[in-house]
Design a protein. Structure first.
Length: 495
């Protein structure tokens, strides 16, 4: 039955659709339609997988009849099904908006290539999330990375090529570190299956080689998730990529990398090794707190709103690292919640910017003056996403920040609470700069009159905006899923 093969179809569907999309490159409408339908299919599969594991069951799918650890295995549990729903859901919402946005920002002869790369990126991100094999994870990581470099380079600003090259260099360094770490683990254990690694690694004790592999993997994955100060590729990548690419990547790519970090720390190496022996929290807490404050301050001085939101993303990743570094169930729950909630808020904000770019071009703060009257729905969507980014009550952003504060209080680390509050106040300032320009300043006399963005852009944007409020008012199911996943990952470990 087809339901027995859903785990494989989750990745195979977009992977097979990508070359077909490339063949349809000259038929731009068909290429976009195929991309959209595939994204909806991936979301349906993710929801079906969630339904199967909602009660704590785990799905194991062995390829080619080779059972683990000999063959490649896909595994679905309550942790990665959350990420599968995030990635496929964001794709299913953003890809329908791609046609309008891409026609304005990408030359006709490259639009088919963009849709092909989007499908490859989607396949890679979903594969990274669902695979149970460490080397297969690396391969899928490279599929998503190579397609990301292509997507960024298609931006209309020539600086997109520089941004893509910078990401390629740093991404390659990160991938090399990951590959070296996986290679050392294979040398030590003779296996690449994650579950098998988790069984064999504790027997190695205080192995210097295992500690070295741990270090390579943390730095490599840290580069991929834009952990401060390894984030230098991210601002330019988000700023100069096509708007639809910025929206998709900002909402998914770094979240999948955070998932990979959590998987290595808790499932493969185990919390005892990661936190008691290697003391990784001594890295995550200071680095996360510095990122939360420093990159929020840098965001204050940006005139390009995409760059402003990019630096804000580094700060939000800092929240996730702090949540992991608190080493308690509440902190990890906050980190997992913020993975989901940040995808909603950044997807909404970048899609709103995509709508403004459709009408006015470059998303500079000066270009937004007086736009609140001419594009009321677009700017209201930006405000809604901004409220969630700040962490205003009744928004999704408030829920994850609240859990993070509870986790810090549980530890008695009040300075963490103070820093979280201060960074939220800084977010108020840089979001207010946009609101002030749009609503309190007059449109320049020489500026052309613009009209509201088309529904093809507004509807996906508002779906994400309303989702921010829905999960802020009704967080129960999501918090229960994240809390259960966090409890399973810790497995009774206390620090």
């Amino acid at each position: 039955m087809i339901q027995d093969h859903l785990a494989a179809l989750q990745v195979v569907l977009p992977l097979l659709a990508a070359p077909l999309c490339f063949l349809l490159a000259r038929q731009r409408l068909l290429a976009w339609l195929l991309t959209t339908l595939v994204s909806w299919g991936c979301l349906a599969i993710s929801l079906a997988l969630w339904w199967q594991v909602r009660d704590g069951d785990v799905i194991h799918y062995a390829f080619g009849g080779w059972d683990a650890p000999w063959g490649i295995e896909y595994v679905v549990d309550r942790l990665n099904v959350l990420v599968l729903v995030i990635v496929s859901g964001i794709a299913a919402i953003t890809f329908p908006a791609a046609r309008c946005s891409v026609e304005k920002e990408v030359p006709e002869d490259r639009q088919g290539l963009l849709y092909t790369a989007l499908l490859l990126c989607l396949a890679g991100l979903l594969g990274i999330t669902i695979t149970g094999d460490a080397f297969n994870l690396f391969v899928l990581l490279e599929i998503s990375s190579l397609s990301s470099y292509t997507l960024i380079s298609l931006g209309r600003d020539r600086r997109a090529l520089t941004a893509s090259f910078q990401y390629l260099v740093m991404g390659t360094i990160g991938a090399t570190f990951i590959l070296i770490g996986v290679g050392i683990l294979y040398m030590l254990t003779g296996t690449l299956n994650m579950a098998d690694l988790a069984v064999r690694l504790p027997a190695l004790g205080e192995s210097r080689a295992m500690q070295t592999a741990f270090g390579f993997l943390i730095i490599g994955v840290g580069l991929k998730l834009a952990m401060f100060p390894l984030h230098l590729w991210l601002p330019n990548a988000y700023a100069y990529a096509p708007s639809i690419v910025s929206a998709f990547m900002a909402a998914t790519a770094t979240k999948v990398a955070v998932y990979v970090m959590v998987r290595y720390l808790f499932t493969i190496f185990g919390p005892a090794f990661s936190f008691t022996e290697m003391h990784v929290q001594l890295l995550f807490i200071p680095v996360g707190l510095i990122a939360v404050v420093f990159t929020s301050i840098v965001a204050l001085f940006q005139h390009d709103i995409k760059r402003m939101l990019a630096y804000s993303s580094v700060a939000q990743i800092g929240y996730m690292l702090v949540g992991i570094g608190l080493v308690n169930v509440s902190g990890l729950t906050a980190a997992l919640l913020h993975v989901f909630n940040h995808a909603l808020m950044k997807g909404a904000l970048f899609l709103a910017l995509g709508a403004t770019c459709y009408r006015i071009g470059a998303p500079l703060i000066d270009n937004l003056r007086g736009l609140g009257k001419q594009m009321p729905w677009t700017m209201a969507a930006f405000v809604g996403g901004g409220l969630s980014l700040i962490g205003v009550p009744l928004t999704a952003g408030f829920i994850s920040k609240w859990y993070l504060i509870l986790a810090a209080v549980e530890r008695g680390w009040w300075p963490v609470v103070v820093i979280v509050v201060i960074s939220s106040l800084i977010a108020v300032i840089y979001i207010w700069r946009v609101v002030e320009a749009a609503y309190l300043q007059e449109r320049p006399d020489d500026a052309a009159t613009v009209t509201e963005a088309p529904l093809a852009l507004l509807v996906p944007t508002w779906i994400l905006v309303l989702a921010n409020f829905w999960f802020g008012v009704n967080p129960g199911a999501l918090t229960a899923l994240a809390g259960d996943a966090a409890s399973v990952l810790f497995g009774g470990y206390t620090w």
